[in-house]
Each structure stands twice: as C-alpha cells, then as structure tokens.
Design a protein around this ligand. Structure first.
Ligand SMILES: C[S@@+](CC[C@H](N)C(=O)[O-])C[C@H]1O[C@@H](n2cnc3c(N)ncnc32)[C@H](O)[C@@H]1O
Length: 234
C-alpha cells in the first residue's frame, strides 16, 4: 500500500541519513516515519505529538502500513519524551520557525554534533535561522520544494561551528545561495517581495530599529540576487 505522503515531507525524508533512528516531532498522521521505515531509510522511529488525537491516527496508520513494531509513540511537548540515546536524527516539520526554535532550545541535549536535525518551518524561517546561528548550530544544507502551489525549504543542521547570521542570511542562508537549487530564482522572488512589503509597512509606522533590520535584510538579499543573476546569466 502506497502512503499518501506530500512532496514537502518527501523532501525532508530525502535528507535523512540511511539507517537512521529518527524522532519525528509533531508527527501528526505519522506518514513521515512510516515512509522512512517502509523504504529502509530508518530502522526505528519515535513519533511524538503535542495532541492525543493525531497520535492515535499515527498509531493506526503505523498498524495499517505494517511498521508499528518499529515505532514508539508519545504525547509530549517537543522533545520531552525522547530519550537522547535512542535517536540520531530529529525531524521537526510543518510548524512555525519560532516554535521549532523553542522546541530545540528546551532540549539542551540536541547541542551535540551526533544529532542530525532536519527542520522544515512553515513560517518565520528567518527566526529559526537566527536562532540556529546564535545557539551555535551550523546549517549544512538547505533544499527547496514546491508542494500544492507553495514553496517550502528544509534545513539540515548540526550543533557546532555555527555563527550569528546577518539579517540577509537569516532570509537566505549561504548554503541555500550556493546550493544550485533550481527553485532558487522563485525563492528570491518570494523573499524580496515579502521584505519589500514589510519595509514599506514599517516605514509608515516609524519603528526605526525594526526598519533598520528589515532594510538591511532587503539590501543584502538584493545584492545576493545581483550576484546570483550575474553568475547564472553572465
Ligand atoms: C501542521 S502539523 C505538521 C505535521 C507533519 N510534521 C508535517 O509536516 O506534515 C503540526 C503538528 O505539530 C504538532 N505540534 C505543534 N506544536 C508542537 C510541540 N510543541 N510539540 C509537539 N508537537 C507539536 C501539532 O499538534 C500538529 O500535529
């Protein structure tokens, strides 16, 4: 039986190291973990969600797809129910970037290079990248994916060697800029339009600290776009 998994989650799955022991935080229906087990990408999956209802569904789906023996289930906030020695890969997908940052921050044990983090924020990606840099996590790779008319990105990160990112880098990381991703042009368009709207909105309100952050982000991303255009269409 084929699992009805989204392109967005498949993009997360593609970054999971083969044979991983995975924690899927905010698992909802559990499709990601089930797919990883069905395809031999994970050997065990801890599926955790804040709410009981989705977890019941995930349990039922795991049974239906024949992988329940390789999964553990927990109702918990973030990583609270995950025993650090039982996993090496942590996926947090489909939540706001600020929520993902809060989940990582509440579990100091993830500050260890042995853990591969695969993060897919739906909103506030800049807040998540800012948090990662300030907390010392390095972004190793980013990928873009189109799903249902939306453009999403996934971050592969690990503790160690991270540095605070500039405002522009919080919107478009150096790893994404140099990824050669075919969707990068579309991502530039989206980020530049959003930043231009934000700057215009704040300019009217007069919050100078906020304005200087967003203006700097906009200028930096414009500069990246110029470099990207000239290296792709010299
Ligand atoms: C939009 S769904 C995403 C499901 C799946 N990860 C995906 O990307 O398709 C978000 C899920 O995260 C759960 N969630 C939100 N905050 C959470 C937290 N702090 N800890 C655990 N789960 C959380 C919600 O209950 C919900 O099931």
């Amino acid at each position: 039986m084929k699992i009805p998994i989204s392109q967005r989650l498949l993009c997360c799955a593609a970054q999971v190291p083969v044979g991983a022991r995975v924690a899927d935080i905010g698992c909802d229906h559990g499709y990601l973990g089930i797919y990883l087990l069905q395809n031999g990408l994970a050997t065990r999956v801890t599926a955790s969600d804040l709410r009981e209802k989705p977890l019941e569904k995930a349990r039922e789906n795991a049974r239906r797809f024949g992988v329940a023996a390789f999964m553990e289930f927990a109702v918990a906030d973030g990583l609270a129910a995950v025993a650090p020695e039982t996993v090496d890969t942590i996926v947090v997908a489909g939540m706001g970037g600020d929520n993902i940052a809060a989940i990582l921050d509440a579990a100091p044990w993830v500050r260890d290079p042995r853990y591969t983090l695969i993060l897919q924020p739906q909103t506030s990606g800049n807040d998540l990248r800012r948090y990662l840099g300030e907390a010392g996590f390095a972004i190793e790779a980013e990928r873009l994916v189109r799903d249902g008319g939306f453009l999403y990105f996934t971050i592969l990160a690990r503790f160690g060697g991270g540095r605070p990112l500039t405002p522009g880098e919080q919107y478009l990381s150096p790893q994404l800029l140099h990824s050669g991703d075919p969707l990068l042009g579309a991502y530039f368009d989206r980020v530049l339009a959003a930043l231009a709207r934000t700057v215009a909105g704040i300019s009217a309100g007069g919050d100078f600290e906020k304005l200087s952050y967003y203006q700097r982000a906009l200028d930096e991303v414009r500069e990246m776009r110029n470099q990207y255009d000239s290296s792709n269409h010299p």
